[in-house]
Design a protein around this ligand. Structure first.
Ligand code: ADP
Ligand code: ADP
Length: 223
């Protein structure tokens, strides 16, 4: 599916956070959204995900939903937003517990998401026992379990140290190469954008406007 935002302006009282922003995430594309702190990246992601109603503009999805999609727009959070007292498997199962699925369907989705993120051997571990990098892999697995149309990733590596961030970037490249995911990937880190994205949209300092759009033609595995 494609996600298209047109003419997005957002005001918090008299502060204009975004002004006339157009954004188009194409199917199978990782779109990085970068810019300085306060330029409106999180606001825009919230608008794309339907958490915030923009002051002006609209967001549309086009195309067919992926088979088995339970939540078209699914978030991956900077702070992981996991339940520490539940197991890895229990966290990945969490969003499925709110849906009508047979226990076989639920199990299949959970085990599949764990396998795709290399977590099968850690399924029984408790999240509170895991490192930050492993926690974010659980965050990704949980998102994949609902078979989203578009992943909305809000600074997914910002809470991690540099070494872990590099390892996770390699994970992500592997994931992108194996699967045709569509994602909007918010970061303030240019390295991440240049390593992970097919296209980079740069927002200017307040009010956030699209300042530049960069297409990166180099294949992910040659960067
Ligand atoms: P970024 O994610 O790029 O750091 P944000 O979208 O968080 O930017 O914020 C954009 C601007 O809007 C900032 O100036 C921020 O202080 C302001 N802002 C964000 N959320 C609110 C809010 N709930 N109320 C008022 N101002 C806000
Ligand atoms: P795991 O089953 O991988 O250990 P949890 O730590 O989340 O995952 O679950 C602890 C126990 O609670 C398990 O026996 C699990 O089957 C059960 N459980 C988890 N979620 C639910 C639920 N929504 N309804 C009923 N039982 C549940």
């Amino acid at each position: 599916m494609e996600l298209r935002a047109t003419g997005i302006t957002h005001k918090y009282d008299d502060l204009t956070a975004l002004e006339a922003v157009d954004l188009h995430a194409r199917e199978g594309e990782i779109l990085a959204l970068i810019g300085p702190s306060g330029c409106g990246k999180s606001t825009l992601l919230g608008i794309l995900g339907g958490l915030l109603q923009p002051s002006e503009g609209r967001v549309e999805m086009q195309g067919a939903l992926p088979e088995g999609c339970l939540n078209p727009l699914t978030y991956v959070f900077q702070d992981f937003a996991l339940l520490p007292w539940r197991s890895v498997r229990g966290n990945v199962r969490l969003p499925l517990e709110h849906h009508q699925l047979t226990s076989d369907e639920r199990r299949e989705r959970v085990e599949d998401a764990l396998a795709r993120t290399g977590l099968t051997d850690f399924a029984g571990a408790y999240v509170r026992q895991l490192s930050g990098g492993m926690r974010q892999r659980v965050g990704i697995a949980r998102a994949l379990a609902v078979k989203p149309a578009v992943l909305l990733m809000d600074e997914p590596l910002s809470a991690l140290d540099a070494q872990t961030r590099n390892l996770l970037m390699e994970d992500f490249v592997g994931l992108w190469l194996r699967e045709k995911l569509t994602a909007v990937y918010v970061t303030h880190n240019l390295d991440e954008a240049l390593r992970l994205a097919h296209r980079v949209v740069v927002l200017s300092r307040r009010p956030g406007r699209v300042r530049e759009e960069i297409i990166i033609d180099v294949p992910l595995d040659e960067r």
